[in-house]
Design a protein around this ligand. Structure first.
Ligand SMILES: [Zn+2]
Length: 248
């Protein structure tokens, strides 16, 4: 599979009708073992005594359509492990998608706004997260228009058994993996970045740093390569999430 070579200086690929995708997500989830959160655009797969709680979010960057499509595909596949409760946020930036841009309609990169909360979206999200129990693992689904292949950030401060290799192995069945020794200015190995900087020192927090600070001790940010066809990127994110769920 070759890079398309059209995403230069930004994302110029396929777009989605986010309203249509969200309606489809609601339609597919209805009648299955999902509940709509009353106080935030999220779906909950409850369990009275779960052996694991998994948080999945996507759509925080409006120029990354593969994530919401992966959320829809996961619901369509409907393969959820027994005894696991799931929290699914299918689109954290609904005003960014119609503009096909990373930021929200007001120009705020929501994924840099989880320390100072300048946007209504991140404030509402954090307020809602505070009302949820802690998660055993969080998965944030993204894309990167610059990358040569799939990669993943792992935050795992307690050195629990890693899911990173499983994520990469699953994605590699569908699309190339970025094998660069440096990705986004950070050392990487086989498509895995394990940042070792002091997280709390960063002036702008992405969602994952908020999550690792407040809600979970194991976080993965999955990055599909935007310069490949959209169906492949969505399938890679879907396969990676399925690999984590199967390993729980
Ligand atoms: Zn992103």
């Amino acid at each position: 599979m070759q890079r398309l070579g059209k995403n230069i200086g930004g994302y110029h690929g396929e777009t989605i009708d986010i309203q249509h995708v969200l309606e489809e997500i609601a339609r597919v989830a209805a009648g299955k073992n999902w509940a709509r959160a009353a106080d935030f655009p999220a779906l909950l797969r409850p369990h009275p005594a779960p052996r694991a709680r998994v948080y999945i979010s996507t759509g925080i960057h409006g120029d990354e359509p593969a994530g919401p499509l992966a959320a829809l595909q996961l619901l369509r596949e409907d393969r959820w492990p027994g005894g696991v409760a799931i929290w699914l946020c299918p689109c954290l930036n609904p005003t960014g998608f119609p503009l096909n841009r990373r930021e929200n309609a007001q120009g705020v990169d929501l994924n840099r706004d989880y320390r100072h909360f300048q946007s209504a979206e991140t404030r509402a999200h954090a307020d809602w997260l505070q009302r949820q129990p802690p998660f055993d693992i969080s998965l944030c689904l993204h894309e990167d228009w610059e990358s040569n292949g799939f990669y993943v950030y792992e935050l795992n401060p307690d050195h629990r058994p890693s899911f990173a290799e499983k994520i990469i192995q699953a994605a590699a069945q569908v699309c190339p993996v970025d094998l660069s020794p440096v990705i986004e200015d950070r050392p990487a190995q086989n498509g895995i970045i394990r940042p070792d900087f002091n997280l709390a020192d960063r002036p702008q927090w992405p969602e994952a740093i908020y999550l690792i600070t407040h809600k979970t001790r194991q976080s993965y940010t999955l990055e599909a390569p935007s310069d490949f066809p959209l169906p492949a990127r969505a399938a890679a994110l879907t396969a990676a999430v399925q690999a984590v769920l199967a390993a729980l």
